[in-house]
Write a protein that binds this ligand. Structure first.
Ligand code: DKA
Length: 132
């Protein structure tokens, strides 16, 4: 993971994201905005605290966490959830518990970051390309 910290990945493709947002109960207006933006994701680490920053023209969010320790998170669409993030090699598992439970599996590689987001039986895949 170390070599990939501080890299920026920008969304290039997105499958079933609208269904995923619907599954989470996100309303039409925010879904439209969510569909339009191509966020840039950056993971950094300071001592044992990780920061995951997601930047877009709709909203910029930043979460800080220690691996395996539950923390309070407010999602870009305003859900308040309890989150736990763990790391296995270059794969980061993020579980958010709220009215709905959802998981976001992010795999970081030298060229891209792939996120698989699941809620109920809906699986959304988003691919982000490394920014030069
Ligand atoms: C991303 O990291 C999107 C994260 C998913 C947030 C759920 C709903 C957001 C609605 C705008 O690319």
């Amino acid at each position: 993971m170390l070599g990939l910290l501080g890299k920026r990945y920008k969304l290039v493709s997105s499958d079933k994201f609208d269904d995923y947002m619907k599954g989470l109960g996100v309303g039409l207006v925010i879904r439209k905005m969510g569909a339009q933006v191509s966020p840039v994701v950056e993971l950094t680490k300071n001592d044992d605290i990780y920061t995951l920053k997601t930047t877009s023209t709709f909203k910029t969010s930043e979460i800080k966490f220690k691996l395996g320790e539950e923390f309070d998170e407010e999602t870009p669409d305003g859900r308040k959830v309890k989150s736990v993030i763990t790391l296995d090699g270059n794969k980061m598992s993020h579980v958010q518990k709220g009215d709905k439970t959802t998981s976001i599996e992010r795999e970081f590689t030298a060229n891209e970051m792939k996120a698989i987001m699941t809620v109920d039986d809906i699986v959304c895949t988003r691919i982000y390309k490394l920014q030069e």
